[in-house]
Design a protein. Structure first.
Lengths: 384, 384, 384, 384
């Protein structure tokens, strides 16, 4: 297996998500960081490069310099893809520049600030035929893939209803000085039109679409900014309709004191129910009105038999918990395998292509716009 | 303690809820059944009377006969209250007749078919000054009372948001012949305007109001009848607003295959969160962004110190689970103690009055009407 | 169904277990208290009789007077059975006197202070052919009956190993004045040779034998009295062997601060595992190396199909939790049905006879003796 | 941070634990593989080297060749440590050779086949002053470190009792051809004197000693080989005594069908209880007889305040689960930091030295011997 070379924009000292990208890309031996523009402050960028043991020549002051610098290298040494871990408002220009320069891209979400940007990026990806990943971590969990495959196989019957909850508590109050992350995440100019809905509501919506294989067609939202002084929504409740007559409810909030990252989904079919809980991610509950509940557990042969995609994204035996980093890394596995396939001039398989990307990004932006429009216009239905 | 004499309308052979009333009223020794009109079929009524070991003279053919028959008895022998366990559409006429004849009433829910009936009953209760209980079982759980008292004490801070879920699966399909309960529960003429919303949505709404101490002021609902051939809603999603700027989401469904009776509530305050789960009712979770989660457990001194109402409604030591029947019985304890207080010509205490009654019944009817109106009119806000 | 008349010895004001007996016997309408000798202090006994609404003529000063007084009544009015809820050391003389006088007996556990007494009682029960119940509450839980029936059906294969844990915390320290219960429970003269092992170790052993259908043949125990000043064991660890080569471990402790009543059992068979947890009693886990875990839930048709005994001891629908009192009451249901069968001169069915009795009591005493002998003699194997 | 160079013996294609070592060492960027002798079959070893992207010159046929080959390289290129991931019986000679050649060693467990070997290795480690790690994964979990630090701080009071359970199911039967792992794990010549006790019993014992900070002084064991045809124990129950009067029970089994890797520990102190469950590793329960249960959750400030060691070994924010690989990697973090400290000629800090090593290995061998002796000699106490 060819180890891919990762460049990174953002992910400076102390930044949470950049470190997650590096760890996850590296975990399975399929990629490792070789270059970066880690910080607006060149000194800090260099320091981070040193921390990471990088060649100082490949630690850049700006993403523009990184693109230029990497392009100047022989193809074999050059970064194979660039991970974008910067504040939301910069995702678009950086991704655009990378794609235009011929680099594959793994982008943090939300992908852009506006739908127009998202669609522009989508056009660019189609045109360049480069590989573009969007880090919707949660669909990387093996048991989420299993849920999707159980649904797809028809085991739960035609879907009727979906409930997805995503409570967090970390923005339950403004501190005197909000921490670095909180400040940009709650600033419209850098975060986009939505706060909570952009940050975690999109994960919830993406999860619902992923597991059901259906698209959300319209939403009716009631967004709030509960914390005094906050400029963007920190909470939202959303009714939604999906294709094929499915109805749903999405609740995402960041003011639920003491809740950590409690993303949960229940999908009710005509025969059965599947339920998954991010904080206990190695199991999938399958409920049936006529039989004992089944608790499917990661790492078992019966999981592999039902979901090759889940088995492929599972490293440790049953009972040896995998977590968030492994889910993250699963997206990298498939993203990197897709890049390798294209390097080898072969068509990536469905299993390799099983990672979130540009389409999810465009849908995420549309979801954000629709829920914001709905809420601003008095809680009315808005098509996506 | 004077043992109260219970009369019952409904609760014939095989009827679920009548048996629950009898068991619960009897559990703590505070009441027992002495009379009944159990079935439209007089022979079956008599048979049920025999099953229950009643004096055959006090097994009646109709509630009208029961009222007449009991009134003919000396006051000391007469039923002290009448429990109404019949299909929804008969609650109102029976309750009315009982109150008018001077009987205290414990009524199953929903209290009536219409708001007009509910308000008429309310007027009658006020006029007669009789004791009227409405069986919202779930607020009888000690840990729900604890939740209310923690909220009331300000421990979680000003409330921001409430999420209440109530999935069941038992109506996930129409069987060739729906069982007795299912048939009237899904028949508009006998069940009222709402199906799922009347049957369990009202429990969820009542729970939200009880724990928060706040009233729901408006709702926006999206109701469905997912099962082909069903005439009433079997599922609903509701956005709601409460007093003091609180927002909420209520999801109730009866088509969630394999879900049993999974009523859950989360209340998010400015400081903390409380969460309670009916299927694991002996604990209350208290979440706090700055400290370990606390799991309060029924039967402990620290519960009693915070909530005398919870302690009063707790029989067994910590770790010895109490359940649904005990919650039900707790409503009887307070209902009966209130009757006794009034017999003794003293004002019932706040602890004695801590059971659901006519006010909850009126609110329940208004809730049903508002959610049905909202859904029928295109998912718009409706005041309660 | 004939309502049986219950007499009670013990169960005075404030006594925990007497109230549980009364509530449980009464819950299903099959029995109710009519007579009692509640307290050594006659005034307190009378007061308790008043609290319970009894005829003062049937509130006695001593159990001897109760026996005499009840015998003086016409058979139809007389107590049908007597519940013994006194401190351990009085169980034997009271039970003996009741049986000799022709009364059926429901006895708290441990049944006696010594094996000799237990065997004497057993002989008396055989001789009198009266109905004798011993309140091992936990085998009254429906899901424990289901576990037994799953094992009996061979579904888990030949049993290999059993692990049973029973941690409690309420004796984790001596308070200045130990409460009433604690004082006699930790006094060898009144409690018997064992403390924790007699109080809860016997429950654990009984549960292991009940679920497996196998007898413990020998034990090796390591008992401790961790709390300074305590005269009896407050903790014990026991290795045991059962019939058919089964091995096991039993841990019972009352010094586990914060543990409430956490009786748990795991039975490992050649094919599958069953696991049950008293604090979450409405489910039974069935584990299988080759398939998803099954969670069986009380109140479902699939439970009834596997275990009529579980279905018979289940009142509320699935998802409406039953608890400790209901388990207790299940023992009363079967005990009372057995009495009724014998009143009707018919042989009780296996389902009616499904309650713990004299045989369990004798085995309990032998278990206590064996573990005490083993521990005192240096942790050596002792036959039961 | 200097990235350390890892050599590996074992860990060929398809081998589970070798892959875990590579992933874990690499996860945090502190080490990566540069050399290996992966398989007895040189072709397979080379193939694995290719899979891993290694320089073929550093893929060796034997560990002896690897030692020689690496020594031939300049010090800066040479492997900084060697991970030993071979069957049990080869750990000792390989570790010995590596240490004698001057290499730091990370060794799989059990460390050796005999206590004599273990002590010889201990002497060698002391003599060479090299860094030696032993992969007791479970003490790498942050919440285990927190448990230890809570105990150490005296928060639960003097310890009284410890219960540790470790059920697995994967050896519940012999398959026609046991898989590669199973075959050597159940062969006395390659696995050592014990089967289950060596494989997982030692983890359980190590965990008990780690959390309590106390040594097991004597054991009394009842070992079994339940599966016909198996030559080593596949199940064991152990009573044990620790320093300071602490008593304990250890149950480890590999025949518990459907159990996965359910290592659990409860430590009962005079004031409180701590409980941890490997399959739900991100929480630690703290029980207290006088207050609500506390659920401490990884990634929170209150954890860091109590346990810098836990905070240091935590990567993702609260609610983003970490698992087995991360625990494994935590041992590598501290192992590598200790190596770096010694490279820098400074004394490693207590936090850096917080990984299992030679002392744990010697104790593990003594534990194995003592439990085997005890069981073979009729379940008698054996000193460790």
């Amino acid at each position: 297996m060819k180890k891919l070379k990762m460049g990174m924009v953002g992910g400076g000292i102390g930044a949470f998500i950049g470190a997650v990208h590096r760890r996850s890309a590296r975990l399975d031996g399929g990629a490792d960081i070789v270059a970066g523009a880690f910080d607006i402050d060149p000194a800090k960028s260099l320091e981070q490069g040193r921390n990471l043991g990088l060649d100082p020549n490949r630690v850049y002051r700006t993403y523009q310099e990184m693109i230029k610098g990497e392009l100047a290298l022989p193809r074999e040494e050059r970064a194979d893809f660039i991970a974008i871990c910067t504040p939301n408002h910069t995702h678009f220009p950086i991704a655009k520049a990378c794609l235009e320069a011929g680099f594959n891209v793994m982008c943090e979400k939300p992908m852009t600030l506006t739908t127009a940007e998202a669609e522009a990026l989508e056009a660019l990806v189609r045109k360049t035929r480069l590989t573009f990943g969007l880090m919707h971590t949660y669909t990387g969990y093996p048991m989420v893939k299993l849920a999707r495959d159980i649904v797809k196989a028809g085991d739960i019957g035609k879907i009727r209803k979906v409930v997805v909850q995503y409570p967090q508590g970390w923005l339950y109050k403004l501190t005197g000085r909000e921490n670095m992350q909180a400040s940009w995440r709650t600033d419209p100019k850098r975060s986009g039109r939505a706060g909570c809905m952009g940050d975690i509501g999109t994960h919830a919506a993406n999860l619902a679409e992923f597991v059901t294989g259906l698209k959300i067609t319209e939403v009716l939202a009631d967004l709030s900014a509960f914390v005094k002084g906050r400029r963007l929504d920190d909470d939202g409740s959303v009714l939604f309709h999906m294709e094929k007559g499915v109805k749903g409810v999405l609740v995402a909030t960041q003011i639920a004191s003491g809740e950590e990252n409690d993303l949960n989904i229940w999908v009710y079919g005509e025969k059965k129910t599947v339920a998954w809980y991010q904080e206990n991610p190695n199991i999938l509950r399958v409920l049936d009105q006529t039989a004992p509940e089944q608790v499917w557990k990661r790492g078992n042969a019966y999981v592999a038999a039902k979901s090759p995609a889940a088995a492929r994204c599972s490293r440790t035996p049953n009972g040896h918990p995998e977590g968030f980093l492994e889910a993250f890394a699963n997206n990298y596995i498939n993203f990197c395998d897709t890049i390798r396939a294209r390097m080898e001039k072969r068509k990536p398989t469905a299993l390799e292509l099983d990672f979130p990307g540009i389409v999810d990004g465009v849908r995420g932006m549309k979801f954000i716009n629709a829920v914001c429009d709905s809420s601003e216009q008095g809680n009315v239905w808005k098509k996506i």
